[in-house]
Design a protein around this ligand. Structure first.
Ligand SMILES: [Zn+2]
Length: 285
């Protein structure tokens, strides 16, 4: 083969490679992927979309979830499976610019026992005040663009877990009406409560200011739909708007609000829906 022939062969090869490259680019549709297609009540799906030039829309069980741009050039959302959601078949659906993809998923029961709680008439009739209900709900639904947390969450206080997440509750023999939206950690009054991850303080609520049920309360926004709550505190040492790092003290354990003894109630929420906090201690998201 002459040098000229060789040049032509190389050029032809290059052309075919380049062509293949551009064909691939044209066929390069976005792609929806999930970390798993079966989740238990109280867990969440990690939904990722690669190859989308704009922010995709994402739906699960009739609700839409904002997706957020990640460092690895994908869009992602942590989609909560509500603890009371009926087990069965569902789907996650993503859409952007004429593309859509649906992935069927299964939700299974977490088989947690029903806890029967008997309260005296006075305690049973105690309801959260309008103020605390509205403020807590709004703060837990905070969805902000930047991801402030990184690596694993740490426990906000080290101690015996006195009540797990997700246990369904029946009060005074009535049907199951709610569930435990966090974990309780039994530690003495005055024990420091540490932020488990970086975040921004979005709510400080005080028993003296009508937080009759939650007691002294702190809510942290960790970004991208992830928030956390600390209830029944003895004292609060942060202000709304403060940025806290992992390990920073936000207050001390107490027994304010409706509480039968000193303990920390710690809850973690995605888009306002409570999920098992320990998932963030055990896995990095
Ligand atoms: Zn609790």
């Amino acid at each position: 083969m002459t040098r000229r022939h060789l040049t032509i062969v190389v050029l032809l090869l290059l052309c075919s490679l380049l062509n293949r490259g551009s064909d691939a680019a044209e066929n390069n549709k976005p792609d929806l992927a999930l970390d798993a297609t079966t989740k238990e009540q109280g867990e969440f799906f990690v939904a990722t979309v690669n190859g989308s030039s704009s922010r995709p829309d994402l739906w699960f069980n009739g609700q839409s979830f904002a997706m957020f741009w990640q460092n690895d050039s994908s869009y992602r959302a942590l989609v909560p499976v509500e603890n009371m959601l009926k087990p069965g078949s569902y789907a996650l659906l993503a859409k952007s610019n004429g593309w859509k993809e649906k992935i069927p998923v299964e939700v299974t029961s977490n088989n947690l026992p029903v806890q029967k709680i008997w309260l005296d008439e006075k305690t049973n009739s105690l309801k959260a005040t309008k103020e605390e209900k509205a403020q807590v709900k709004a703060a837990l639904r905070t969805v902000s663009e930047s991801k402030l947390w990184s690596d694993l969450f740490s426990y906000p206080s080290q101690g015996r877990k006195s009540s797990p997440f997700g246990v369904k509750r029946s009060y005074n023999g009535a049907p199951v009406s709610s569930y435990h939206k966090g974990i309780d950690i039994a530690v003495p009054q005055g024990t420091p409560v540490l932020s488990p991850a970086k975040g921004k303080i979005v709510l400080t609520g005080y028993e003296a200011e009508r937080f009759h049920v939650h007691g002294n309360t702190v809510i942290i926004d960790h970004g991208q739909g992830l928030t956390s709550i600390y209830m029944h505190l003895h004292s609060i040492s942060v202000n709304e708007g403060d940025i806290v790092s992992k390990g920073d003290t936000i207050g001390t354990v107490g027994s304010t609000g409706i509480s039968t003894g000193a303990h920390l109630h710690w809850g973690v929420y995605l888009y306002g829906t409570s999920v098992d906090p320990e998932l963030f201690v055990k896995n990095q998201y």
